[in-house]
Ligand binder design. Structure first.
Ligand code: FAD
Length: 404
């Protein structure tokens, strides 16, 4: 048995420093421009693909890291660079996780590479679960998947909303209900291959933050896909549906498994934004002089920074613990994945707000990055399950009570 250590390995340090360099040299300088343009930053994606940072290999290497820390380290550095561009670079990874979590090895091998494309021909993936009337309440999902046995095809109908890369992705993962009477247990995930008729982009949203990341509705109108595009396969689905109809308890469904695997990674993104805002405001506080001395020499300012640093580090530790647990198959007996996302995202929101306060009037302008960081932070208490939903999950898990 090896001793306990929080020291990163040489490989992890190399990974961190490599992504930090890319974030400092490529992502940060482009951040303000793409935030204003509110478009997918294709040139940055291409550069990341050429550097090997936007690729299936990159994610696969991190998945092999037995500590589970590869993805959190990568996300923290990328989002330290910029959250909008960070999400443009990692949205495909979130979609890929849903295929890896629910698909067969053949499906993973076929579809995940097509989500990334190649360095010369960069592509995107999208994960589409949310609907206009089914956000936190995933069980209210209406998008239907009906099996056409004669043609061995699934027919998808419905409207997805808030899809990151929705409509511009090469490969879409669609969560749909195959049996509405079963609630979330009647859900299944499907691949919509590139160029499939019946899938179109609806409204593209103009957002408060993470504006370099494309968010849109995805409309499915008699969208026919091959039977082989059901993630996990028909036999597994039929067995799962039969168990649900017989009332046999389950340990979760496909989309919940996806969220469980991705929550620490989303927490790590929030850590990256918060750390960036903390570092920026610390530097500012040391150089901004008022009343004849740097403002950091006022306890009111310095204590803010002390609290910011403490909370950022505590967030990272919660994220690392959850990522390690996920990688090592530990049971989330206290919903540690949700804890990490809840704490990191709430921390991100107040730390970026305090960063604005420390910069004073400058912090309130788009001339300084903390204004953008604060706008970007707001999504972290909303997507991948709102903070209220994380608390609900944690409270139910620790108490076993039917908390509403
Ligand atoms: C920029 C962006 C990108 C996104 N990307 C994706 C994506 O790629 N794929 C995808 O599928 N989805 C995506 N989402 C959707 C996101 O996951 C949902 O917005 C989120 O789950 C919340 O759903 P909602 O917006 O419908 O809010 P609602 O569910 O309507 O919630 C509104 C408020 O009510 C509270 N609330 C709801 N139910 C309860 C309850 N039981 N107890 C206490 N409070 C409650 C919520 O916490 C929240 O404060 C994205 C959203 C955004 C904004």
């Amino acid at each position: 048995m090896t001793g306990f250590s929080l020291e990163l390995t040489e490989d992890q340090i190399e990974l961190r420093d490599w992504i930090h360099g890319f974030a400092a040299d490529v992502i940060r300088p482009a951040a303000a421009e793409w935030d204003e343009r509110e478009q997918t930053p294709w040139p940055v994606l291409q550069e990341a693909a050429k550097a090997g940072l936007y690729s299936l290999d990159f994610y696969a290497n991190q998945w092999f890291d037995e500590t589970g820390l590869g993805i959190p380290i990568a996300m923290e550095e990328m989002f330290w660079g910029d959250a909008g561009i960070g999400l443009a670079l990692s949205g495909t990874g979130l979609a890929a996780v849903s295929v890896v979590s629910n698909g067969t090895p053949e499906q993973v091998g076929e579809w995940v590479p097509q989500m990334f494309g190649t360095a010369d021909d960069v592509k995107l993936g999208a994960f589409c679960s949310s609907e206009p009337d089914a956000g936190s309440d995933v069980g209210a999902m209406r998008t239907r998947a009906v099996y056409d046995e004669a043609a061995d095809e699934w027919v998808l109908n419905g409207t997805k909303t808030w899809a990151t890369n929705g409509g511009i992705a090469n490969v879409h993962v669609i969560v749909a209900t195959v049996d509405p009477a079963l609630g979330t247990r009647g859900h299944a995930s499907f691949i919509v291959p590139p160029g499939t008729k019946g899938l179109s982009q609806g409204q593209k949203f103009k957002k408060h933050g993470i504006r370099a990341s494309h968010t849109a509705e995805v409309v499915l109108d008699d969208c026919r896909i091959p039977g082989s595009c059901l993630l996990g396969g028909k036999e597994k689905l039929d067995a799962r549906l039969a168990r649900a109809r017989e009332g046999v308890s389950s340990r979760g469904n496909a989309s919940m498994a996806t969220f469980e695997a991705s929550r620490p990674a989303v927490g790590a993104m929030a850590v990256g934004i918060a750390r960036a805002a903390y570092e920026y405001s610390l530097d500012y506080a040391k150089t901004r002089v008022q009343f004849g001395k740097p403002i950091v020499e006022n306890q009111a300012v310095a204590f803010k920074l002390a609290d910011m640093k403490t909370a950022v580090d505590a967030s990272r530790l919660l994220v690392w613990r959850a990522a390690w647990m996920a990688r090592n198959g530990k049971a989330f007996d206290s919903a540690e994945g949700s804890m990490s996302k809840l704490f990191a995202s709430e921390t991100c929101k107040w730390v970026t707000a305090d960063a604005i306060q420390i910069l004073g009037g400058n912090g309130f302008t788009r001339e300084y990055p903390v204004e953008r960081m604060h706008r970007d932070s707001a999504i972290y208490t909303i997507f991948e399950g709102t903070s209220e939903i994380q608390r609900l999950v944690i409270a139910r898990t620790i108490s076993g009570a039917a908390i509403r």
